[in-house]
Ligand binder design. Sequence first.
Ligand code: HH2
Length: 276
Amino acid sequence: MADLLPPERPAIMGILNVTPDSFSDGGRFAARDAAMRQAMAMIDQGANIIDIGGESTRPGSDPVSEAEELDRVIPVIEALRAESATPVSIDTMKPAVARAAIGAGANIWNDVTALRFADDSPATAAELGVPIVLMHMRGDPKTMQADLAPYDDVVADVAAFLTGRAGAAEAAGVSRENIWLDPGIGFGKSLEDNLALTRGLRQVSDLGFPVLYGASRKRFIALLDPAADSVADRLGGSVAAAIAAAQGGARVLRVHDVAETAQALKVWRAIKDRKT
Ligand code: HH2
């Protein structure tokens, strides 16, 4: 689905978390309506893809059951599909959730485990036949920050891991043009690792697959600016990282702040491309 990715600039993927902490008050219908309003606002602001997730992957977060995850995400995908043709990605590690989400109208499977969560993940990705995001992560969301053995060369290690996962996906029958890669900013990585991966993103984009990059509101920003302790105060750092990733060849930017990222990309493109 090459038309998901504009050639001239990275696509903006707007983040829609449908977790109890994101839309808690007022029950399921209110939660679905609030999620819809946020999705439509992001589309108005220039989001090219809406990434819907029903399970937090924040470090230390608890897993949720398949039934609960389906209950959270499927009604939102159906409601969004009824109102908009904007592509939707499903952020899940569970093949059954990916399958139901694609059945309900989602267009992309975003898997932070790179098809390692379940034995049938690779075969499911092949069968669904939609783009699959393979992300780098060491350990799982519960353990990843505890397990911070230094990398030899984080960019080379991540590139090698992603090459291996792309090979495994292809071996399971996923077509090459459906494979997207993601260095997994903030997943089991130190501040220096996140900076090196952003600086060295070209090495990942040179692997020949579209690269998705997500640093929006992540904790490493607060390590550089202690005044950004609250996630709401990380806009400047998020935009800076997104533009650095665009420079490094990212084809998709996963962000919370769509309008600001869209504006930054316009200015970045004008600086880069205009000859006058
Ligand atoms: N980061 C988060 C979740 N999903 N998917 C991809 N492909 N790349 C990422 O970097 C990525 C992701 C982080 O999730 P969480 O900490 O739950 O917060 P949020 O979803 O608000 O970003």
